[in-house]
Design a protein around this ligand. Structure first.
Ligand code: TRH
Length: 395
């Protein structure tokens, strides 16, 4: 396959789905932005089309290659592919240290000029990232250098994925109650529930959802909780007293629950924008909640030896230093509290958190502005590519 054009840059992005939807979620968002906002000819190589289809229903899972939103999507089946110099694009990106095919690396070494080769890393708020962002790693045998690109929350990192029109689109949607209601009404949210405190729930199965449902149910503020299908299934079924199928809903005490379809990624932002509070997880929904400029609780992807607790605290240290109740609920949600889990009073944690909403709304808006001030990750990455080219690093 030949991707070169005279003036347009070409780029191949390699994505291995380790788990769930975040890997392809990030790569798909990134690929579209590269194409739509920078006119780059993008090939997205992905090994798991089934996961991809869940966030992007247009994906046909049986095709070797297909074009979606002007991105060439290629099913990455194995490491054996044969590549010639003509197949090598200007930029090659491996997401999260996935090993790209050896045949491609050999062809990359033979191409003049060499392609820019980047490893796009995972997002963390830890400080060490600033020291590792854009570091180079020369290939042990070939005349090729790989560079590490770290997304992040400070100006010394690559920033986060942020589409150019996003904030305007969000503000427009959030200032249009009719549009917000129409969006939520398709999931069964009534006019009365529109006036309640609305929560979108996305988390890993081990989150203490039942404890929180209990606190919401017995609280005095009406709550409408929207849960995409497949999320928190055990607690949702227990609350509903039946299958957690799309369209199922129930009200007990102050809590009304609706099970939604898993929403296409292009619409997921609207759910976050329309709710008062978002529970998110992993990496991509976590970033989208921040860009929604609304308070959120993050369920971090679990790692061995509770390494994720370090990452969670690093983030809270940047985001929520002055918000003790947000920190307390976030730590409890992630089983990272110093207190014994069995002694946690969820009703108190929740009520204190809720009382802090006005302050957290301001914090969320300021944080979103701070992220935007770091520049968007895609532009930052392409600027870095240009600096490498200017420095002749790819000759
Ligand atoms: O799905 P996640 O848990 O994904 C990941 C992966 O597990 C990955 O291996 C790990 O490295 C990473 O977390 C930290 O959570 P995430 O990152 O939020 O991705 C979910 C994607 O699904 C995101 O692009 C938003 C999208 N989504 C929808 O499109 N519709 C929906 O209804 C929901 C709930 C999510």
């Amino acid at each position: 396959m030949h991707l070169e054009k005279d003036t347009t840059k070409s780029l191949a992005l390699f994505c291995k789905v380790v788990d769930n939807y975040g890997d392809i979620g990030i790569c798909w968002r990134f690929a579209r932005q590269l194409q739509q906002e920078h006119g780059i000819v993008v090939s997205l190589w992905v090994d798991d089309l089934v996961s991809f289809q869940r966030i992007c229903p247009q994906v046909a899972i049986d095709l070797e290659q297909q074009v979606i939103a002007e991105v060439l999507v290629r099913h990455w089946r194995d490491q054996d592919g044969r590549f010639t110099v003509a197949d090598v694009p200007d930029i090659v990106i491996e997401f999260f240290a996935c090993d790209i095919p050896l045949g491609l690396i050999s062809a990359m070494a033979e191409r003049t000029p060499r392609p820019v080769w980047l490893n796009l890393e995972g997002l963390t708020a830890e400080e060490w990232v600033e020291g590792c962002h854009t570091l180079s790693s020369p290939h042990p045998r070939l005349a090729l250098t790989k560079y590490f690109f770290f997304p992040g929350f400070t100006a010394k990192t690559g920033g986060v994925l942020l589409e150019s029109g996003l904030q305007q689109e969000r503000q427009q949607f959030q200032s249009d109650p009719v549009a917000m209601h129409a969006f939520l009404a398709q999931f069964g949210v009534t006019a009365a529930q529109m006036e309640s405190f609305k929560i979108a729930l996305f988390c890993y199965p081990q989150a203490p959802v039942a404890a929180l449902f209990e606190a919401w149910q017995t609280g005095n503020r009406p709550i409408t909780c929207l849960v995409p299908q497949g999320v928190a299934v055990a607690a949702v079924q227990a609350f509903l007293g039946g299958e957690a199928s799309v369209g199922a809903s129930a009200t007990r005490g102050a809590l009304s629950l609706h099970v939604l379809p898993f929403i296409p990624q292009t619409d997921y932002d609207k759910l976050l924008w329309a709710c008062d509070l978002n529970f998110v997880r992993g990496e991509d929904s976590f970033v989208r909640a921040q860009l929604a400029a609304k308070p959120f609780i993050w369920h971090i992807y679990p790692q061995d030896e509770n390494l994720h607790h370090i990452k969670l605290r690093a983030f809270l240290g940047r985001y929520a230093l002055d918000a003790e109740h947000l920190c307390a609920l976030s730590l409890a949600w992630n089983a990272a509290s110093t207190a014994d889990a069995s002694t946690l009073e969820w009703s108190d944690l929740w009520q204190q958190f809720l009382d802090d909403m006005p302050k957290m709304n301001v914090m969320a808006l300021n944080w979103q502005r701070q992220l935007a001030a770091n520049g968007d990750m895609t532009s930052n990455l392409l600027d870095f590519v240009d600096t490498l080219k200017l420095a002749g690093a790819q000759k």
